[in-house]
Design a protein around this ligand. Structure first.
Ligand SMILES: [Zn+2]
Length: 244
């Protein structure tokens, strides 16, 4: 899948410049992580002390995404864990949930994570009239705009449901459609160990990992997340948000 990390030529140039810098840093990070004398499970990641720019994007990275929130019970716990491991993520939020907990969307945004559009009520976009499609997307946009002060440019279609009409309508509204490449299937509640193993077995650099902070009981997701983050960091992965 084509991961849209940039939206404008201006940003592309900026990203390209940062990539050059981070490529140099990335070589050091990967080399250190592969040192056989190290213990990958316990060795801390090398500090990016030589970084000549303020924010260097990691060259070996994953994109963590959390869907269906915000949720009063689970979103704060997930934010605390992400902060502990200094990981940034992208949250695809349901507009109706944002209107219930705008303070959580604000907290996500203020912590440096990305807040994006997952429709107003988690509707399957393949089965809507043009008017209903527009309402699903625009209402969620407005709720998020009211909560965080900026409007999402990325849209994750519920159920990953896309067809040519969905693509055309999303494009007409200026939205980039973003799905995922690694599905933790945490929503099936398969057990904490199964969630951890599913992510770690399938992850590659550039993977977009799907998890959920809302939409049901996410106790297993919360329990799995520290192990996932610890393991990814030990393998030399950094974390990027989608640049929507
Ligand atoms: Zn969803």
């Amino acid at each position: 899948m084509d991961v849209r990390l940039t939206r404008t030529g201006h940003r592309l140039i900026g990203l390209a410049m940062m990539m050059v810098v981070s490529a140099v840093i990335g070589t050091v990070v990967v080399a250190a992580a592969r040192n056989p004398s190290q213990q990958p499970q316990t060795a801390p990641p090398p500090p990016p002390s030589a970084a000549p720019v303020k924010v260097a994007l990691p060259t070996k990275y994953v994109v963590l995404t959390f869907d269906d929130g915000p949720d009063a019970a689970y979103t704060p716990k997930i934010l605390d864990i992400l902060a502990k491991y200094e990981a940034k993520a992208t949250f695809f939020e349901i507009g109706k949930n944002v209107t219930k907990h705008p303070e959580l969307s604000k907290r996500i945004h203020d912590a440096g994570h990305s807040v994006q559009n997952h429709t107003w009520t988690h509707a399957d976009l393949r089965h809507l009239s043009a008017t209903a499609f527009r309402q699903q997307v625009m209402s969620a946009d407005q709720a998020i705009q009211a909560a965080i002060g900026s409007t999402p440019a990325c849209l994750r279609p519920p159920y990953g449901g896309m067809d040519p009409t969905v693509r055309q309508r999303a494009k007409a509204l200026g939205k980039d459609l973003v799905v995922w490449t690694v599905d933790s299937r945490d929503w099936t509640k398969p057990g904490t160990t199964a969630i951890v193993q599913r992510v770690l077995k399938n992850v590659h650099s550039g993977s977009i990992i799907l998890m959920h902070d809302g939409g049901g009981n996410r106790t297993q997701t919360v329990a799995a997340l520290p192990t996932i983050l610890k393991s990814l960091k030990a393998k030399g992965y950094g974390f990027r948000t989608l640049n929507c």
